[in-house]
Design a protein around this ligand. Structure first.
Ligand SMILES: [Zn+2]
Ligand SMILES: [Zn+2]
Length: 516
């Protein structure tokens, strides 16, 4: 408690609001090692304001993603060589975007050496941190900054002829807090850092090749491996051979999705950069976590995915048609609030989905809390798996369950069985399935001799839906949040009063507290 108070005082002395906008971002993914049962997590303290401090004046911000846990006791306790740990992590797909995201392990010991201590590839993208139990002020932040700065390509000042080693520096000697203060990185060092592949432009329209890599990447979730045949048809507007399945289907899907990626025109780029810049300014004070999450945009053909905007990994995927609407708003209204309140707000909606993907535990608190959903697991159902169309922005489609008037329901979007091939969105059908709970698992109900699970009339849960003043998207809480937030932002842009709707008010109160 006392330490917390001291910290607050120090931060005030540095006049850091923590809410400024920067043009470059490093994403840091903490990987916290636990014992084999998932308990006894290694200490992972990441005081973001302190970590950001020496990088700010060089226009660089750290965005620290929600930690993931990895249950490996021997790794946590430093009994295994770090090279072996890195190899295992690669094989098990533990890393997020190798080479582009700073992946940081938190352990109790590193190569047998006790905490506090750290190890960082130079240059590279993997670090190991072992934080001590009762650290002096600034030590936890310093070790994180120091090791990740090795990743960013810097050596110790004693080995760097260009940097004086007699003044405090993140790569030199001195008191912990002195080394990570605002001038803890020299201009010469910053020039090296900004060339690192870990440093990304905070707002970027991806060119075709980079866009394709981003769109086909799966380091945040499996997507192409999970698609069913009918989904691929609907999203790519082209029939798929009935016998195509498994790896062949995945390969076909990847090829079609990759071919949909396009390059931006100079005008589209100009409009997007202006709009996103303005949205970030509107968001940074109350929702810095959202404003500072990198905004990377991939453009796809208009007939891909029915022209719907969506997200994949860290990217917002915008259809050409939606981009045209933004450009038209801009041509018609110039740099005005009317242009900002129009088609462009979809980018914020989609960026929210990127954030939801990076901070799933945070958002689940809202969904089980204010939204009243059950965080459960619906057992696999063959009919659903064959006919559903998954929402790429809410892939945990068997997780969220509606609890209404004592009954459980599963809300899904199904491709109409009569349509062959299925079309997007013409074949979309709302499927509301009552669930039966057995132990911890929820199951759909099949009538004897039936051809599909029992479905109920959507009107049955009309009153449940009415709590959320949105037209569509009730089938996943990621959508509920994104639509409510988008509408409120639009009101703010137009200078209107905030909504009086109770669910919107709860949503925004949660966001102001949690998206900092
Ligand atoms: Zn070092
Ligand atoms: Zn959405």
């Amino acid at each position: 408690m006392i330490r917390g108070l001291v910290f607050a005082g120090l931060l005030a002395a540095h006049t850091v609001s923590g809410h400024e906008l920067t043009g470059h971002t490093v994403l840091l993914q903490p990987i916290v090692l636990t014992d084999d049962a998932g308990d006894g997590a290694a200490k992972a303290t990441l005081p973001e304001e302190l970590i950001d401090l020496p990088f700010r004046r060089w226009d660089l911000d750290f965005q620290i993603l929600e930690p993931v846990e990895w249950s490996r006791r021997a790794f946590r306790d430093g009994e295994i060589d770090v090279d072996v740990i890195v190899k295992a992590a690669r094989e098990e797909g533990v890393f997020r975007q190798p080479r582009r995201i700073a992946n940081m392990f938190f352990a109790r010991k590193i190569n047998g050496r006790a905490a506090p201590n750290g190890l960082g590839q130079e240059p590279g993208w993997v670090t190991f941190i072992a934080q001590g139990g009762d650290p002096p002020l600034g030590q936890d932040a310093f070790v994180v900054v120091h090791e990740v700065t090795h990743n960013l390509g810097l050596s110790h000042t004693v080995d760097d002829a260009e940097v004086p080693s007699d003044i405090p520096n993140v790569m030199g000697d001195g008191d912990f807090l002195d080394r990570i203060r605002e001038d803890g990185i020299t201009r010469h060092q910053a020039a090296t850092i900004l060339k690192s592949p870990l440093v990304r432009e905070t707002v970027k329209c991806l060119e075709v090749e980079e866009g394709r890599r981003a769109y086909l990447g799966e380091s945040f979730e499996d997507y192409y491996t999970e698609l069913n045949r009918r989904e691929v048809e609907a999203m790519t507007r082209n029939a798929v051979g009935k016998d195509l399945k498994g790896e062949a289907l995945e390969k076909e899907a990847r090829e079609r999705f990759g071919n949909a990626v396009m390059g931006f025109t100079p005008e589209e780029r100009e409009v997007l950069l202006w709009m996103v810049g303005e949205y970030r300014k509107l968001l940074v004070e109350d929702f810095p976590l959202l404003a500072n999450q990198p905004w990377q945009v991939v453009k796809v053909k208009s007939d891909h995915c029915g022209g719907f905007c969506h997200t994949r990994g860290l990217s917002v995927v915008i259809a050409e048609g939606a981009l045209n609407r933004m450009v038209n708003d801009y041509r018609r209204h110039g740099k005005s609030k009317t242009a900002l309140a129009g088609a462009g707000t979809i980018i914020v909606h989609e960026q929210i989905h990127v954030l939801q993907r990076c901070f799933p535990r945070k958002f689940s608190g809202l969904y089980t809390g204010a939204y009243g959903l059950v965080d459960g697991k619906v057992g696999h159902d063959e009919w659903v798996a064959r006919n559903e169309i998954q929402n790429p922005d809410g892939l945990e489609g068997n997780r969220w369950i509606v609890d209404y008037e004592g009954n459980y329901y599963w809300l899904k979007t199904i491709l109409d069985e009569k349509d062959d091939p299925a079309m997007m969105p013409a074949s979309f059908q709302e499927a509301i399935m009552p669930l039966r709970k057995t132990g911890e698992t929820y199951r759909v109900i099949w009538k004897k001799g039936g051809k599909k699970p029992q479905l109920v009339n959507p009107n049955l849960i009309r009153d449940w839906k009415k709590q959320f003043p949105i037209r569509a998207g009730h089938d996943h809480p990621n959508e509920i949040f994104a639509y409510l937030f988008q509408a409120e932002l639009t009101r703010k842009i137009m200078g209107e009063e905030p909504s009086g709707d109770p669910m919107t008010k709860k949503t925004m109160a949660w966001a102001r507290k949690e998206l900092r």
